[in-house]
Design a protein. Structure first.
Length: 126
């Protein structure tokens, strides 16, 4: 792979997502911005859900082991989805196309502006 600003004939992760025309480039750019903002929104929703249910893990609410296990399973599935989504966005970034890199950065900035949180995750990119 080599860094480029040429949008023509760019494959975005999947064989079917192949940019061949300027209009397809514009739609792809907007789609990547929206998908990256969606990722930030999903992080926000997950952190809100986890925070609102934190009493389950701290023992401040009356819970049994089945409730704790359900919470941990849901948290693990949510986290796994976040990791998969973030790695997919990393693959978009790794097209080494400057325009697509900018789309990811713009989407992250927009999403963080709208739904940013101060909660620190265990991995800095998730």
């Amino acid at each position: 792979m080599i860094f480029t600003w040429d949008w023509k004939n760019t494959c975005v992760v999947f064989r079917w997502w192949h940019i061949r025309t300027f209009s397809h480039f514009v739609v792809s750019f907007i789609a990547i911005v929206l998908l990256t903002a969606l990722y930030e929104y999903l992080k926000h929703v997950f952190v809100h859900w986890e925070t609102s249910n934190s009493g389950i893990m701290t023992g401040t609410t009356n819970t049994n082991s089945a409730t704790v296990n359900r919470f941990k399973a849901k948290r693990a599935v949510g986290y796994g989805f976040q990791v998969a989504f973030s790695f997919w966005l990393m693959l978009v970034f790794m097209t080494y196309n400057g325009w697509l890199m900018i789309a990811v950065a713009v989407g992250a900035a927009v999403g963080n502006y709208l739904w940013g949180t101060t909660v620190n995750r265990s991995l800095s990119c998730h």
